[in-house]
Design a binder for this molecule. Sequence first.
Ligand code: ACO
Length: 392
Amino acid sequence: PDEREENETEKGLRVADKGFLNTAVITSEITYIDGEAGETAYLLIYGSLPSKAMYDIFEGEVMHHSIAHSDAEGLFRAFRYDAHPMSILTSAIASLGSMYSEANPSLQGQTLYTKGDAVSLANMDKQIFRLIGKATTLAAMAYRVRQGRKFVTPPAGLSYTGSFLYQMDHLGEDGYMPSPVFAKALDVLFLLHADHELNASCTTVLQTASSLVDPYSAVAAGCASLYGPLHGGANEAVIRMLISIGSPENVPAFIEAVKRREKVLSGFGHRVYKTSDPRSFIVRKTADEVFKVTGKDELLETAMRLHEVAMKDEYFIKRKLAPNVDFCGLIYRAMGFPLDFFPVLFAVPRVVGWLAHWRQMMLQAGGVKIWRPRQVYVGPSRRDYVPIEDRV
Ligand code: ACO
């Protein structure tokens, strides 16, 4: 039809690629290596490991910016006690854009971040430090507000994860000091979650940032995308699924229901990994460490049976479905976090990865190009307008 001609004659190749299965939208130099959490954050953002002096500055700035704005408390108190903490976190991060106007390009002019311009790079760094620093504080506030508890100022002298655990005091004990086993486990899980290329949430951050909006709005958009059960919400969904299965002997029936597409098998499958997700092995090792302190989770046997049955089943073998990182929910549960807080424990470290991609995009040669995918139109061609009184 004539109306579709525009699709076909437009410059360049257009393919219908549902869910961006085969489309690369950006070039990237961001990689991921194992290491100290703080060093990894630095590496992701700036592309190389820091000197001792640079690392101390970075850590000091992040910790300095971890204290919440005095206006944040009023915002938090406005949330319902039963609000999902991801909704609270998403809103709280978006609200930062209203508190730090120096990050708003429309107030400052469009060329806010320029490679080689020290003032503009310092401005960019400040937003990065602030977002990484405040991520734990706002997450801890989201945790405490639902229990009607007072907020805690980030303490000096603790690590990033230690400070986070201290502020939450999720075990509700007086004079709580985070267990080194828990702080270490959280460190490992934060490392595993720091970045994972162009997943749904990172793509959302970049899509949003491509209009040159402030990074708080872009990161809040990333949080919203992460919240869904097909992505960061899967760690919560895994535990809800295991609870609903109930015990190991119910696993085969559950698997059959998954194959009939009546049930969802959370924590299995990945767009990129078509063998086991390498992060899942580290999750298993970390779980063993935590279980030594907490005792084994009662859901563990069901989880192991699920793994065993699924990995032998032709349906899963043929589709190359294996456990992904989201079985880490078992560790969070053993550590005493409430189920709906699990996606927050994913979002906090992922802020680092989002910012690394955001910074790279803002400074990429040739400037930022707004992301505007096209569609392949398959609707009706020309239709005449029918006045409302003549419509049937
Ligand atoms: N259980 C059962 N079948 C599955 C699962 C699963 N968890 N995942 C994929 N499949 C099936 C699909 O139905 C499809 O079957 P078909 O070819 O007969 O139609 C086939 O495997 C291929 O799967 P796709 O849906 O094409 O895979 P896609 O790359 O689009 O989706 C996703 C990846 C969203 C992760 C999917 O595997 C899923 O829904 N998993 C469960 C949710 C989850 O754990 N998400 C977390 C992902 S990791 C992360 O975000 C940290």
